[in-house]
Each structure stands twice: as C-alpha cells, then as structure tokens.
Design a protein around this ligand. Sequence first.
Ligand code: ATP
Ligand code: MG
Length: 440
Amino acid sequence: MRLSRYFMPILKENPKEAEIVSHRLMLRAGMIRQQSQGIYSWLPLGKRVLDKVNAIIREEQNRAGAIELSMPTLQSAELWQESGRYDAYGKEMLRIKDRQDRPMLYGPTNEEMVTDIFRSSVKSYKDLPLNLYHIQLKFRDEIRPRFGTMRSREFMMKDAYSFDLTSEGAEHSYNKMFAAYLRTFDRLGLRAIPMRADTGPIGGKLSHEFIILADTGESEVFCHKDFVGFDIPGEHTDFDSVEGLKAIFDKWTSLYAATSEMHDEAAFNAVPEGDRLSARGIEVGHIFYFGTKYSEPMGAKVQGPDGKEHFVHMGSYGIGPTRLVPAIIEASHDDNGIIWPASVAPFDIVVINMKAGDQACDDTCELIYAALTKAGKDVLYDDTDDRAGTKFATADLIGVPVQIIAGPRAVANGEVEVKDRKTGARETMTIEAAINRFVA
Ligand code: ATP
Ligand code: MG
C-alpha cells in the first residue's frame, strides 16, 4: 500500500476526549472515528488490525472444533419472550419496531437465536456435540460507554454456543473453549488469566472471565502471580482428549484467581504474601456453562441413546475483538506510539522514503516494496513528500514492527537502514540483505 494513496487520517494533537492511552493512540493513528456516542467506524488502519485479530480468533475456534455461521444483528422479540429475557434484559437492549409494528431488537447476544436454529434441525444425540459461532456486531446501550472501543455501545463479539447431551459432555465442550481461549490470547501477544466469575444475566453454573492485567482496566482482580508464567497449550493440543483438556483446565484453575465480584478475602490471604497479585484488569473473554437454562423454556431437545428426549446442555463463549484491539495497545506501546505484536500488525513492514523525488531513493524503495509485496508481506510504502521527521513519527505512531529506511546517503552506498520498532535497534545493511531478511 502506498501511503500517498491510502486513507490514514493521523492526528497531530492529542485528542482531549481520550482518557486512556489506547483510545488516544487509536484516534491519533486514524484507526477509528466516533460516529455517535459509543458507536465507531473502523478506518482502514484499524480495520486491518481488527481483521487480523478476528482471523486468529477464527483459527483457534476452528481448531477447537467450533463451526462458523452468521446470524443477523436484528432479532425478533418473540424468541426473547420465549426465554423470558425480553422483559428481564432491561435498558441495555435496544428495542425497535418495524413498519408492521412488530417488536424487534438489536441483538446484545444470541443464545435465543442459536437455540432456535438448533431446535429446528437437530433431533438426535448422534449430531452432538455441536458448537456454532459467529463474529458479529452486538448492541448494548451501556450507561457509560467510554475509552473508545474498549466499552462501546455497538461492538463486535465472537460468540460461540455449545450443545451437548449430558453435563459431562458440556464440561468437555467448556474445556475446549477454555484451552482455545488461552491459545487465542497468547497468539494476540497477551497474557490473559482465567478468573472465576459471576454468571450474571446470562445465568448459569460455571463461568470464567479471561482478564488481562492493565492499570487502566475497569475490573479489580486478585490472583496468584504464577499465572503470569504458566505454559500455554500447544498447537498440537488434542481437543478430543477429555483427560488432556481437563488437565489443562485443572492446572489453570489450581491457583487463586477472582474478580472483585467473586473475591474471597480469606482464600486470597491463604496465598503466600509474596505470591499475591492484586491489580486491575480488562475482561477480554467470558465463558459460561448454563445447562438447560435456554433449552428447557425453548424446547431444544434431542433423542438420547435411551430413546427418550433430553433437553440439551448448553454453554456460551464470548470474546470481544473490538475491545481486544485497545487492550493490545494498553499492553504494548511507548511514548512514541503503538507497538503491534507481529501477529496483528496492520502492516508487516513500512518502507520509508526519506527523500521522495530523489531518483535513487525512489528506485530503491520501489524495488524493496515490490520484492516484499511479491513475497506476500503486507507493506506500507511511505512515498509521500512529508519531511523525514514527520515520516519517522508516523511510522512509530502506527506501530508497524519493522521500518526500512531509505535516505540519500545510505542509498548512494547501496544500503538502507532497518529499524525494529519495539527495541529501536537500527542496522545498516545492503538493499539485498534487507530484502532477504524478510523474504523467507
Ligand atoms: P462487561 O462486564 O465488560 O460489561 P460483559 O460481562 O457484559 O462485559 P459478556 O456478555 O461477557 O460481557 O461479553 C463477552 C465479551 O464481549 C466480553 O468479555 C468483552 O470482551 C466483550 N464486550 C462486552 N461488552 C462490551 C462493550 N460494551 N464494548 C466492547 N466489548 C464488549
Ligand atoms: Mg462478561
């Protein structure tokens, strides 16, 4: 992508409305724009990051055996009347009427709809277990939307829903998502700690929130510090192994970890003082096992091996991609801007032409840009005629992991500079060496 032809509206000034660093940097880097309170457009740079986050979420959901579909944002109120949540949900639900005066709503979550899909076609235990997910916009009319897309009214959620014949089966389905979440957040460059959580309005029996430690987090959390160094399940994890996944779950729940709602002072005090971590955190995922809470009122049942009908045991599993993007920034930035983990960076490499219009600089940059693009890299080429200082500041601000800098003096020697955004380390090398480094 040539920056001269791209749309990346950088802000020079710090936006006054932004209270936390991620919100400030997302606005400054031209990633998002607020359209009305708590409702955002994702501008091209932000959209690239969001897509990469979603791609990782999707890969790990698929690896764990979940199946993707897509459900609508607008739902009919009828389904929610069946479950009893139409009245229970309260003001967070945006209620709308269509031209026939039928009550509709903008979905805050999808348990009812997915249960309806399930009951319409699954009739036998032989079709279980089943886990269906989608990545879709949600709307919750939050009292206090704030911190940009960290807590917005319209936001994106990956929500998965599992269906099992028995509670033992449902527990295994829960453990699959538990392990998939550990892998997902790790690949996003984050250390998320599963904490025992309240089941809230979704209701249920077993629940964990996945929390990232961050000073700007809205939750108060308490945990054993060893979680910070625990091993993440590898990519060859066998998601069909009941014992294997149970062992992962047991290990990751063996030490104290709870949010303030579930905090047990006495249990926490039993942790040796030097091992106690009391901090603030950001909830990036939340998983629930809620048994037959929806399947019973909505009549979602299957025929079991005993020939009888059984209400299915369900769980639901949410991750917030539009909250994860700022959460990653909270965890990874410096005074100059964002530092993206390579896995979600909007571009892999930025090529900086320090003197656009200079034939040698132009030729060198074009050569590098073409070679790296051909090799499948996402390359941003700063071919604008901005001052070099402005270009460096922009490259640092948008956090692309690698900068290849072509200035007249180096280029005259057949060289460029390669800068690592995270460490700031710079290395001068031949043009060929610079290309070869990134062409595997
Ligand atoms: P919170 O406690 O932060 O209000 P929640 O418990 O209501 O969130 P869940 O119903 O558990 O949220 O939703 C699953 C995930 O969706 C959350 O873990 C979070 O990542 C994301 N999410 C929820 N609400 C918002 C929001 N208003 N803005 C952005 N992401 C959200
Ligand atoms: Mg939650």
